[in-house]
Design a protein around this ligand. Structure first.
Ligand code: AKG
Length: 280
């Protein structure tokens, strides 16, 4: 399969479970996204509050299907979709998108987990799934950037559940993995993009800074991994790709530039794992 990623990226993804592409989206694209998101009342009114073990609150707003608005252009652009297809070696479809709103001083931590730890429950037989994290704000240690354990996707799926005050992967396994595997921080400028495997162990600290840390996370499933049962995320749904210049073209189109989808957002009652600290 050909696409935007090169052989080095593919080798790194298979070896490490992730690949980082700096400035995958340029400053103009990121300014459009940041403005669109910060002016979007739905992100605030539909957010799901998730508390960490220390009682700090993170917020996320999640929807399943990409449409024709600016978020949809990011979810559907070839740079992302064909990159995901190269990495999963299959046609992919949109599993969901979410904006993580880690606000200054209050944004909470995320415990160590694998996304497939939860997606497994949704009828996905294989972990042939991934996420694409796009930094909307600068992300660093102080405002709680994402941390991953290099190569941890080779562990396979680790047991997930509620352990004491924490929801996430089995802490005994996490501790053993942390003792052996390198921790890598996704310190990022707006537009930097991380593709990561659904079995990669990842976590993030609280936002102790005066700056927000918003990120857009797009999740994709392989067509060949169509879930065997219904869940709160979609089964295979063909994804209509758009060219990479669609993001800027969208903003130049006066009919579109303010248009927002009427989307169906995930609600806490749709998914019990939300109340235990994860969207699943
Ligand atoms: O945004 C973060 O810091 C963590 C996000 C995460 O772990 C996830 O969405 O699976």
């Amino acid at each position: 399969m050909t696409g935007p990623l090169d052989d080095c990226d593919l080798a790194q993804f298979h070896r490490d479970g992730f690949v980082i592409r700096r400035q995958w989206f340029d400053a103009e694209e990121m300014e459009l996204l940041a403005r669109f998101a910060r002016e979007d009342p739905d992100l605030v009114s539909h957010h799901l509050p998730v508390k960490d073990a220390a009682g700090r609150e993170s917020r996320l707003t999640l929807w399943n299907h990409p449409g024709d608005d600016l978020y949809g252009m990011f979810s559907r652009c070839r740079r992302v979709v064909e990159g995901a297809e190269q990495l999963l070696q299959d046609e992919v479809y949109h599993y969901h998108a979410k904006m993580m709103l880690k606000e200054p001083r209050v944004g909470g931590a995320w415990e160590w987990h694998q996304d497939y730890g939860y997606w497994y429950q949704n009828g996905c037989l294989y972990p042939n799934m991934l996420s694409v994290m796009i930094a909307v704000d600068r992300a660093d240690r102080e405002n709680g950037c994402l941390e991953v354990l290099r190569g941890s996707h080779h562990l396979g799926r680790v047991e997930h559940g509620r352990y004491g005050e924490q929801a996430g992967a089995d802490p005994e396994r996490v501790e053993a993995a942390r003792a052996r595997l390198e921790l890598v921080r996704f310190e990022a400028e707006p537009g930097d993009t991380l593709f990561f495997h659904s079995n990669l162990l990842h976590a993030s600290g609280p936002n102790t800074s005066d700056r927000p840390r918003w990120t857009l996370i797009l999740a994709y499933n392989a067509r060949g991994n169509d879930p065997y049962k219904d869940s709160h995320h979609p089964r295979y749904t063909p994804l209509e790709k758009v060219d990479d210049d669609a993001i800027k073209a969208w903003a130049r189109d006066p009919r579109r530039s303010r248009a927002r989808e009427k989307r169906s957002y995930l609600r806490p009652e749709d998914d019990q794992t939300i109340s235990t600290g994860k969207d699943g």
